[in-house]
Design a protein. Structure first.
Length: 180
């Protein structure tokens, strides 16, 4: 969808934890439990939860030197418009909040197999690089925690992970500002 290809126009993070690509070989990434800082699955004050229970953060939101992302003159850098969370291929992905699936399938935008969920009031989440066809369909209502697909490495990807985005009125936001 068009929303999946827009460039971020919000403040990038401080650059910590970025540009740590997952090795492109056949080995699975080491997975460290990091559901949230307290190790709990409870939703934060915004009501969103992480789309994975166990993951390794491999790239944050903001400026990136990896070369995959478009230059954004507002930031003076190429912007990574989401949060990359690595996990073994096939790990279940869940909806971060209740909503309606507005896209589910293949995206030629680099995300490969993906899902986009409309949570109302202009808030959407996008989950990219799924292993295959998502387990939800366009028009389907989902609840927070429902399985929507599985981690993969489709599209432009360096290894199994989910590229997780939160957009408000089409503008990419730092997902970590919405998560517990």
């Amino acid at each position: 969808t068009e929303a999946a290809t827009e460039v971020a126009t919000t403040e990038p993070d401080d650059g910590q934890g970025e540009d740590t690509p997952i090795p492109g070989d056949s080995s699975e990434p080491e997975v460290t439990p990091e559901t949230d800082p307290e190790g709990e699955e409870a939703a934060g004050s915004t009501g969103f939860i992480y789309p994975l229970e166990n993951y390794r953060r491999t790239q944050g939101f903001g400026c990136s030197s990896l070369g995959f992302y478009p230059y954004d003159p507002d930031f003076g850098c190429a912007v990574h418009d989401g949060l990359d969370l690595a996990a073994p291929s096939g790990t279940p992905l869940v909806a971060s909040a209740d909503g309606e699936v507005i896209a589910a399938g293949w995206c030629d935008c680099g995300l490969g197999y993906y899902v986009e969920i409309d949570h109302g009031e202009g808030v959407h989440t996008v989950y990219g690089h799924m292993v295959g066809q998502p387990s939800v369909s366009t028009g389907q209502q989902v609840s927070q925690g429902d399985v929507i697909g599985a981690v993969g490495s489709t599209g432009i990807s360096t290894g199994p992970h989910v590229h997780f985005m939160i957009r408000v009125n089409g503008v990419a936001q730092n997902p970590e500002s919405y998560l517990p």
